[in-house]
Ligand binder design. Structure first.
Ligand code: ADP
Ligand code: MG
Length: 896
């Protein structure tokens, strides 16, 4: 049957389920694996056409559209006109090599950025061949049965079959800012898109609740696909660091162009002809302007993102790399980030006084429930608690062969395990007690519940935070106080405590679905205590943060006593005075108030806080001048993630969180965040190294030329030699520096101030010292050769050029660290630089002997003895920069 054709006329919201099923050739059980892959080839992947990618030709164009290249082309043309064919060929060669290198680097950076995009694909939960599976949303086909949960992006156009408190934000489609409350059931044919409340549309965001439905349209046939054939987001904007550098290069360019005019006039006055002046000035500008900087920096940042990806951190915005280096506070979730989120039920405290220990570990049903203290013979009480744990539950746990397969929330899975240990099969129980829908767990609600029919009664069972559950129960203050104390006792030992209650109502008529208004008064059943082990690396990472001057905060929805116990063990807090609860924040009043401010600044553990309070805490910290990284996973965390300087989304988190976060931690692990900070600092240091190398060598060249002119000496280098110098000293080395491995001390420094520019006092000083040292030594040498030795200009240039090549190559090694002696940095930390420098030396020496290059560069061979002296003369740049490092280290030592 031709599904495609039939589908064309379908108005999905108004059809009955029979016609939908027959149109899509599916059923309430979804498709089989085979059927879905057959349909995938028929309908194509479920995605919208992407905006045009950056292609190779575009990158080349970008490289060529550079004023410096234009000038060089002009210079080549002039060379041809005045009959200097060799010069022209050489200049064209320089252009070719320069754009070649630049293109290669930019292309690589672009490619790794695209590879990272691949990792961030949206996932969908589908029912195929009788099982719940997670697949890439691109693999969805019409007829698939899919699940929706809060925080998800709707993966395709879906006709809803089940909707419990399902609210979807489809403003991007309808312009309607209020969330659409979804219901099931047929609608009139004429109803417009915003009112089709039995549909979920691709690209919309699930704000709360759960839903289930059948995919009816995919890819460009969806509503978004129809209105916008091309809504894919363009590549993200350039990071601020690169923008600042581009601006900086513009300034330098203006400066050097201005200077060039002055030099040109002086040279003319000294008797040089205009054609030679033109070549010289162009060459000087090309070598002094650090035109390779933006590319080298992009490379540095993209290497950082690649290194971070290896350490489980995916950077969504390149500026996060830069920002991570400034981070002063990491505000972390507890569950899953500092702990492994492997919940296991350990104790059961029934309301009748009976107490049990639960045996067994991990996500399985093996173990037993043993009485510790059996006060009352009341088997129904334990049964009821286990029942609520199974019914008010969205997880799954089953045995396949000898393996246990699980999905869903960790607490839920643990409770299913408890069900097995009590001798119940959760799946069977769910099926035999007809369910009337569930109220799903959301972090601001702090409980989950379910309606079900048992012995002809309609019952409601709930599990959740003790305070919340007690609110549903008939109980007096004394009872509440007693329970709170009991829970507190276990929480302070590190247990997570969950309370259970159940209620019966005969007054309700039977309905298909129930909602929160239908909840009857409940009867308190008892509590279960869970253990969630700490992540073994977390403690070490927190210590590392302390050394790096970064404060770690815990923000959790859990009980304050549980939070404190865990914080103490991790070294986040010392005692209860550092713990603040959501209630205390409420009592402190307005977020603007002094009291609120003090509470936030002086605490390190925030317990029982709501997502809104999380946002407020972040806000107060940022206003206090901190640079904050915040973790989050739910829809509700999105505002806090957005507000934070660095939003860290959890890999297991919702699509919404990942979308607003500036980075994603794929393993949810706190240690990975710290690894990200470390890589961020490395990257920033590398950026500084590249800038230092390029600016200081450019400065040296300008100084040398100015000195020569001032002393009335001939110019030390010819135009082609300047271009050559630019190629062999900067062409590879600047990018090689971007590959520098991290310096071990990076996490022992305090965070950099966000307001601090790259050109801080250290940078300015070291640049001046290096430029002056190189410029003055080469000039002195030139002066000695010409004025004292009366050497021929031709041979003197050979020597001066070689000295410059040596100095700049040595200086590339100086640039490897601002603080560490180059003799203490292992060569193996950057083979690319070592090889690059050796290659540059080799090429230069070869050129002195190859006839074509001799002619083009106007250079000739030198003796071994001369070579030796030139090396000796280049060594001072190493000594001077070593001394400079010693001096700055001393100074920062004494400032501490
Ligand atoms: P955390 O910040 O540690 O991740 P949550 O916000 O997930 O904490 O949980 C807060 C509280 O909500 C818990 O202390 C618990 O009482 C309750 N809770 C957590 N998960 C569930 C669940 N699946 N069902 C019912 N209640 C839950
Ligand atoms: Mg949680």
């Amino acid at each position: 049957m031709d599904i495609q054709k039939l589908k064309q006329e379908a108005a999905w919201h108004s059809l009955s389920w029979e016609s939908i099923y027959s149109l899509l050739d599916t059923s309430g059980k979804g498709l089989t694996n085979e059927e879905s892959s057959a349909r995938l080839s028929q309908f194509g992947p479920n995605k919208l056409p992407e905006s045009s990618k950056t292609t190779l030709s575009r990158i080349i164009l970008h490289q060529v559209m550079n004023p410096l290249i234009f000038i060089l082309v002009l210079a080549a043309l002039v060379s041809i006109l005045i009959g200097e064919g060799e010069d022209a060929i050489f200049i064209l060669l320089v252009i070719l090599i320069n754009t070649g290198l630049g293109t290669y680097q930019e292309y690589n950076a672009e490619k790794s950025a695209q590879a990272l995009q691949q990792l961030m694909k949206i996932q969908a939960k589908v029912h195929r061949s009788g099982q719940i599976k997670t697949v890439s949303s691109e693999d969805l086909v019409p007829g698939d049965l899919v699940y929706l949960e809060s925080g998800m992006k709707v993966p395709a156009d879906i006709r809803l079959w089940e909707a419990s408190v399902l609210e979807i934000d489809e403003s991007f489609l309808t312009g309607e800012s209020l969330a659409s409350k979804k219901k099931t059931g047929n609608l009139e044919l004429e109803i417009t898109v915003p009112d089709r409340i039995n549909m979920a549309f691709a690209g919309a965001t699930v704000l709360s609740g759960r839903g289930k439905g059948v995919v009816v349209e995919t890819g460009i046939s969806t509503q978004v696909g129809k209105i916008a054939q091309n809504v894919a987001k363009g590549t993200s904007a350039k990071p601020p660091l690169i923008l600042r550098m581009e601006k900086f290069i513009k300034q330098i360019t203006f400066f050097i162009v201005g200077l060039s005019f002055i030099i040109a006039f002086i040279l003319n006055w000294q008797g040089m002809d205009w054609a030679s002046i033109f070549f010289f000035v162009v060459a000087l500008a090309v070598s002094a302007i650090p035109e390779g900087l933006p590319v080298a920096l992009t490379v540095a940042l993209s290497i950082a993102t690649r290194r971070m990806a290896k350490r489980n951190v995916i950077v969504r915005r390149l500026n996060a790399v830069e920002a991570l280096g400034s981070c002063t506070i990491i505000a972390s979730d507890k569950t899953g980030t500092l702990t492994v989120n492997q919940q296991t039920a350990k104790k059961i405290l029934l309301d009748n006084g009976n107490r049990y220990s639960v045996l067994g570990e991990g996500y399985n049903g093996e173990g037993a429930i043993e009485a510790e203290n059996y006060e009352k013979d009341d088997p129904q009480a334990l049964e009821a608690l286990v029942r609520v744990g199974i019914m008010a539950n969205e997880g799954g746990l089953r045995k396949e062969g000898s393996d246990w397969i699980h999905h869903g929330d960790a607490m839920d899975v643990a409770l299913l395990g408890l069900g097995f240990k009590h001798g119940r099969d959760p799946e069977e129980m769910k099926q035999s007690y007809h369910t009337g829908g569930i109220i799903p767990y959301e972090s601001e609600r702090k409980f989950s519940g379910a309606f079900y029919t048992l012995e002809d009664e309609i019952r409601f069972g709930a599990k959740g935070a003790l305070e919340t559950i007690l609110g549903f129960c008939h109980c007096d203050q004394e009872f509440i106080d007693q329970k709170v104390k009991e829970a507190e006792n276990y929480a302070s030992k590190g247990y997570r405590v969950l309370a259970f209650a159940e209620g019966v109502s005969l007054t309700f008529e039977k309905k298909d679905t129930y909602s929160e208004e239908d909840i009857p008064k409940l009867h308190f059943l008892g509590m279960v205590c869970f253990i969630d082990p700490l992540r073994s690396e977390a403690k070490e990472s927190i210590k590392k943060c302390k050394q790096a001057g970064i404060k770690v905060l815990m923000i959790t929805g859990d009980h304050p006593a549980t939070a404190l116990n865990i914080s103490k063990e991790l070294g986040i807090a010392v005692d209860g005075r550092q713990v603040v609860t959501g209630q205390m924040l409420l009592d402190a009043g307005s977020t603007e108030s002094e009291a609120y401010h003090k509470l936030v600044i002086n605490s390190s553990v925030f317990a029982r806080v709501s997502p809104i309070q999380k946002l407020e805490i972040v806000d107060v910290l940022i206003k206090a001048g901190e640079f904050v990284a915040v973790t989050g996973d739910g829809v509700n965390d999105a505002p806090a993630l957005k507000r934070a300087n660095i939003g860290v989304a959890m890999g297991s988190g919702t699509d919404v969180a990942k979308e607003v976060g500036s980075m994603i931690v794929t393993d949810d692990n706190f240690s990975s965040i710290v690894a990200g900070v470390e890589e961020g600092r490395f990257a920033y240091d590398n950026v500084r190294k590249v800038i230092f190398l390029l600016i200081s060598t450019g400065g040296a060249l300008v100084l040398l030329v100015l000195l020569a002119i001032l002393f009335g000496l001939p110019l030390p280098f010819l135009a082609v030699q300047l271009l050559w110098l630019n190629l062999v000293t900067n062409g590879i080395q600047d990018v090689a520096l971007a590959f520098e491995g991290g310096e071990p001390g990076a996490m022992k420094k305090r965070p950099r101030k966000p307001s601090e520019t790259i050109f801080n006092s250290v940078m300015i000083n070291q640049t001046l010292v290096a430029s002056i040292t190189i410029g003055v030594i080469v000039f002195g040498f030139w002066y000695w050769l010409i004025e004292i030795q009366k050497m021929s200009e031709y041979h003197a240039r050979d020597l001066a050029l070689l000295l410059m090549v040596f100095m700049q190559n040595f200086h590339a090694f100086n640039s490897r660290s601002e603080t560490t002696s180059i003799f203490k940095i292992p060569l193996k930390r950057n083979w690319i630089l070592v090889i690059g420098v050796i290659a540059a030396q080799g090429i230069h020496i070869l050129s002195m002997h190859i006839p074509f290059m001799q002619k083009a560069l106007k250079i000739g061979p030198i003796t071994l003895q001369e070579w030796f002296y030139v090396i000796l003369l280049a060594i001072p740049i190493l000594i001077v920069m070593e001394l400079f490092k010693l001096y700055t280290n001393r100074k920062s030592e004494s400032e501490k």
